[in-house]
Structure formats: structure tokens, C-alpha cells
Design a protein around this ligand. Structure first.
Ligand code: ADP
Ligand code: MG
Length: 542
């Protein structure tokens, strides 16, 4: 056997015998020698080709075993020795008879199946020294299409195996359920934690689409997302900003975070998906939200409580004011009463002296003082009424109209021009009609008093919508304005600049307006005169 044939035994039926036959032929003419020469050169070419093929197969170091239709050994490459104990003398012997060094119970069954027309079969097998091979069995056919045997190649996949072993170790070390999916989105591997959490066996899960782990309603969308992901794979969290859900084999759903890491494992492209159950985190979030709601409710409760306290404080302050007021009233009433007593004592003396004219004069003075006392008492009664509730929705323009009507006659007598400027479409206000009219009359009376001191006497009453949507009544006069020395105390009881004034009007008015959640304010105008503004909240609609 030529040296180049060592180990690779491909029987060539065309080989040595042909040129001899040709030479031995009785037709030894020129033509034949030409044919002969041609054939010889073809044989040489074939020899050379076979040598090349031998060299190639030797150099590749790939274990290859060729069997014939009876599963007898036809040829093999030297590398096959790593897997089967064979020597060149074994050619023609049944493949079943040789000691195999690899662990593969299906080897001959697969060979038979392929011979019977099954497409090529692959099987990963383990050989000596912890090496792995992909055993691939393919049929070979004659030119006219008949099966003539098969070739089994063993491609060393040890490195890939090691890589996968490494991956496996990483997967198993991962604390979270983790899957490896291939580029078609099928589950290639799953760690024990994933199987435990989802309740599947590896057999049930491997090869299934990764959507198996998701609730039905997310699956279709996810399939398109997977395609997008593999178009430009990048490590990223899945479904950013969304709450993702997983579903276990027995239908339990739970919220998850998924981190995707595309990677190559020995030429093989996969994506590793680490799945984290965030039920607890979600629970915390929900609890946090719950706590926030509780806090908000407490704040609201406290606010109500504070408002109640504030109202109480207000009332207490008003009571204190009332105390002050009572002292003031006592003082105010004592004055006319003392005067009346003095007048009546003097009156008695004068009557005893038959001085009827003087007695009559003192009697009139006593009567004036009595009237003053009654005035004071009436104002106090009005203040007591302010705490009673007789409120209803009021049309402010109508109310203003009624109140001014009462004043117009008196104003005309004093040559005062009164103008009314009602705004249309104002909302109603909820108010005690009599009380608001009383306030308006107080303010108007003050305005009349103020313009009486000047020559240009004009009072304008305007209704309007305030900036803060309050309904306002403004009373503008052309008087001298509020004196600076009382501007700060204007609304305190018994503050007056008038000779016969009691200084109760504005104090009482403010109490009434504030009891209506409104405001009573004033401002001196640049053009001279004063503007008093009664602001009331509009009735709530709906
Ligand atoms: N329109 C006004 N222009 C100028 N001063 C005013 C006006 N309204 C009220 N005042 C001042 O406020 C004081 C208090 O008014 P009020 O409480 O009504 O008491 P009284 O009218 O009895 O004085 C008045 O004495 C006056 O000095
Ligand atoms: Mg007054």
C-alpha cells in the first residue's frame, strides 16, 4: 500500500487493473495507445486527487466513518481512533463488532434509519477524555440516485460544550429565574430556579417559545418585540416603564422585571433573560401609596379640625370683643342715664320753683338722652341677631336696589347725587338679606355723612365680580377720605370722628360680613373720597 494511503482506505475500482487490461488488449494500434495515454493521465489525475483528498482528511483530523448498505465498514479517517478501535484490516467488517469509545446507544439505529431514507440525523455524543462530538449521519448515493451507504462524521463540540457548561454554571448560580433563548425566541435552557418558580420540568419547557412564561394577553405583542430585539440586540431591561407579568404553569400571575443580555456562545447566538419577581417591591410600592393616602386623609382631617378650632377661636375672640363691647356699652349707656338723672333732679327743683320753661327745656334734653340710650340698645340687639341664621340665595343687584331706595330721598334732601351701576349676570350669594341690607345702609349712611362735608356730593354704588371671583358691592363717595389717625381702628367698636357718632356701624358690619365668609374693606381713592367694598362668596353651583 502506498505511503499516502495509510489510514484512509477508499477502494477505487478504477485503479490499478484498467491500464493493464488496456495494455493486454489485442487491438494494439495507434488509436488504442492514444486512448491508453489518455486513460493513464486520467488515472494519474485521479490518484493525485485521491492523495489530495487523503491529505485533506488527515489534516482536518475529523473522525469520519463510512459504512456500506450492510453497515460494514468501508473506510475511515485516522482520527476515528479517538472514538472506535479500528485498524485498516477491519475494513469490510460489521460496524457493530467494534469497541466504541463513545457513549451513544442510538448509533446503529440512526444509521439504519438513514439508510432507510430518513434525512440526516444528528446526535451529540461524549467520547474519551470528556470530549464531545456532534455525530452526524448522512446517506451517500450513487450517481443514479441509489443509496450506497452512509458517512458518519464526528465534529468536536467540546469547546461549545464547555462554553455551555460555563453558561450552565452561571445560570445555576444566578439567584433569579433565568432562561436562555435562541434567535427564534425559543427556550434553550432554563435554570433550576426558573423551573422551581414556574413549576415546569426542563422537558416541558425546553424548545417552547419564551411567551409560554407570559400571560396570554401579552404574548402576541411580545412576539413582535422579540423580532425587533433580534434585529438589533442590545443588553437592556425588557419593556421599560411597563409592569410586566409572568405566569406559572398553574396560572399564577406575578409582576416581574426582566433583564435581557444577548451573547455569543461559541458562534451560537443566544439571549439570556433574567427574570425578577417584584411582587414584594410592588407590595412595598402599593403600601407606600396606601400610606400616602392615609397621610393625605389625616392631613385632611387635621385641616378640618384646625378649621373648627379656628372658628372657635374666632368666636372666642368675638366673645372677648363682645366683653369689650359690653364694657363700652355700659359706659355709653351710663352716660345718657347719668345725664337723664341730673336733668330730672334739676327738673324737680325747677318745677318746685314753678320755673316751667326751664323745666320743659331740661325735660327735652332728658328725652334726647333717653333716645340715645335706646339707639345704643337697638344696635346691640342688631349685633345679637347677626349670629342667627336666616340665609338664602340672594340676587345682589336686587338687594342693593332695595337698600339704596331707602336712602335716595334723604340723599336728595342733602343735594347728593346717587348713581347705581349693577353688573349683569352676577352669581347669587347665600346671605341673610336683612343683615346685608343693614351693612349696606351703615356704609351708605357713612358715605352720606362724608360727602355732606364737601361741595361735590356724589355717591356711586357698583356691583361687580372681584378678581378672586367674589361678588362685590362697592360704595364710592367724593368725601374727604378716612382720617389717617383712625384708619387702623376703623372697624373697632366706638371708634368715631363724628360729634353724635357711636362708632358701632362698621364694627357691626364687619362682624356680619365675616359671618358670611366675606370681607369688608376700604381704600382711600387717589382722586379723593373713599371706596368701601363688601365682598361675598358666590353661592356654590351644582
Ligand atoms: N365714607 C367714609 N368717609 C370717611 N370716613 C368714614 C367713612 N365711613 C366711615 N368713616 C369713618 O369711620 C368712622 C366709624 O364709622 P362707623 O363705625 O360707621 O361709626 P360712626 O358712623 O358712628 O362714626 C367714622 O366716624 C368716620 O370717621
Ligand atoms: Mg356710621
Amino acid at each position: 500500500m502506498p505511503a499516502s494511503h495509510r489510514g484512509i482506505l477508499i477502494p477505487l475500482t478504477l485503479a490499478a487493473p484498467l491500464p493493464e487490461r488496456v495494455r493486454r488488449s489485442s487491438l494494439a494500434d495507434q488509436d488504442l495507445s492514444v486512448v491508453n495515454a489518455r486513460l493513464e493521465s486520467r488515472v494519474e489525475a485521479l490518484e493525485a486527487a485521491r492523495e489530495n483528498l487523503d491529505d485533506l482528511l488527515n489534516a482536518a483530523g475529523i473522525p469520519i466513518l463510512a459504512l456500506d448498505m450492510n453497515l460494514n465498514i468501508r473506510w475511515f479517517t485516522p482520527a476515528i481512533e479517538a472514538l472506535i478501535e479500528l485498524t485498516p484490516s477491519d475494513i469490510g467488517q460489521p460496524a457493530a463488532g467494534f469497541a466504541r469509545k463513545f457513549d451513544d446507544a442510538r448509533f446503529l439505529d440512526d444509521a439504519r434509519a438513514v439508510l432507510q431514507g430518513h434525512p440526516p440525523l444528528e446526535q451529540e455524543v461524549q467520547g474519551e477524555g470528556n470530549r464531545w462530538y456532534m455525530r452526524r449521519t448522512v446517506p451517500i448515493h450513487t450517481r443514479d440516485g441509489y443509496a450506497s451507504g452512509l458517512v458518519t462524521t464526528f465534529v468536536d463540540t467540546t469547546r461549545r460544550h464547555e462554553a455551555f457548561d460555563e453558561l450552565h454554571r452561571i445560570l445555576e448560580a444566578a439567584p433569579d429565574p433565568t432562561v436562555v433563548i435562541d434567535i427564534s425566541g425559543r427556550i434553550e435552557r432554563a435554570n433550576a430556579e426558573l423551573l422551581r418558580v414556574f413549576g415546569y420540568s426542563a422537558k416541558e419547557l425546553i424548545g417552547r417559545p419564551v411567551e409560554t412564561l407570559m400571560p396570554e394577553r401579552f404574548r402576541r405583542k411580545h412576539r413582535t418585540n422579540v423580532r425587533g430585539f433580534f434585529a438589533s440586540p442590545q443588553a437592556r431591561p425588557m419593556g421599560e416603564g411597563l409592569t410586566l407579568f409572568a405566569i406559572t404553569k398553574d396560572g399564577r400571575e406575578f409582576p416581574i422585571d426582566v433583564k435581557l443580555s444577548p451573547t455569543h456562545i461559541d458562534e451560537h447566538f443566544v439571549t439570556i433573560g433574567a427574570i425578577r419577581d417584584i411582587t414584594k417591591q410592588k407590595g412595598l410600592e402599593d403600601r407606600l401609596h396606601g400610606n400616602q393616602r392615609i397621610l393625605e386623609r389625616r392631613v385632611a382631617e387635621r385641616t378640618v379640625e384646625l378649621q373648627r378650632l379656628q372658628t372657635e377661636l374666632h368666636r372666642a375672640m368675638r366673645l372677648a370683643e363682645l366683653g369689650e363691647l359690653t364694657t363700652g356699652i355700659a359706659h355709653e349707656i351710663t352716660q345718657p342715664l347719668t345725664a337723664i338723672r341730673s336733668y330730672m333732679e334739676a327738673c324737680q327743683t325747677l318745677l318746685a320753683m314753678d320755673d316751667f320753661a326751664s323745666a320743659k327745656d331740661l325735660g327735652r334734653k332728658a328725652l334726647d338722652q333717653a333716645r340715645r340710650a335706646i339707639d345704643i340698645i337697638q344696635n346691640i340687639r342688631a349685633m345679637a341677631v347677626a349670629t342667627e341664621n336666616r340665609r338664602s340665595a340672594q340676587d345682589i343687584n336686587g338687594l342693593v336696589n332695595d337698600a339704596t331706595l331707602l336712602m335716595i330721598a334723604g340723599a336728595r334732601d342733602r343735594q347728593i347725587e346717587m348713581e347705581l351701576s349693577p353688573a349683569p349676570g352676577l352669581p347669587l350669594v347665600v346671605a341673610d338679606r336683612v343683615q346685608i341690607q343693614q351693612v349696606l345702609l351703615n356704609v351708605l349712611r357713612n358715605a352720606i355723612d362724608s360727602v355732606s362735608e364737601v361741595s361735590r356730593r356724589r355717591i356711586m354704588v357698583e356691583t361687580r365680580r372681584g378678581n378672586d371671583s367674589m361678588v362685590e358691592i362697592a360704595v364710592v363717595d367724593t368725601g374727604p377720605g378716612v382720617p389717617a389717625e383712625i384708619a387702623q381702628r376703623l372697624f373697632q367698636p366706638f371708634v368715631t370722628t363724628k360729634a353724635g357718632g357711636m362708632g358701632i356701624g362698621l364694627s357691626l358690619s364687619r362682624s356680619i360680613i365675616e359671618a358670611h365668609d366675606g370681607r369688608l374693606t376700604f381704600a382711600n381713592r387717589h382722586s379723593g373720597g373713599t371706596e368701601f367694598i363688601i365682598a361675598l362668596p358666590p353661592a356654590e353651583t351644582g
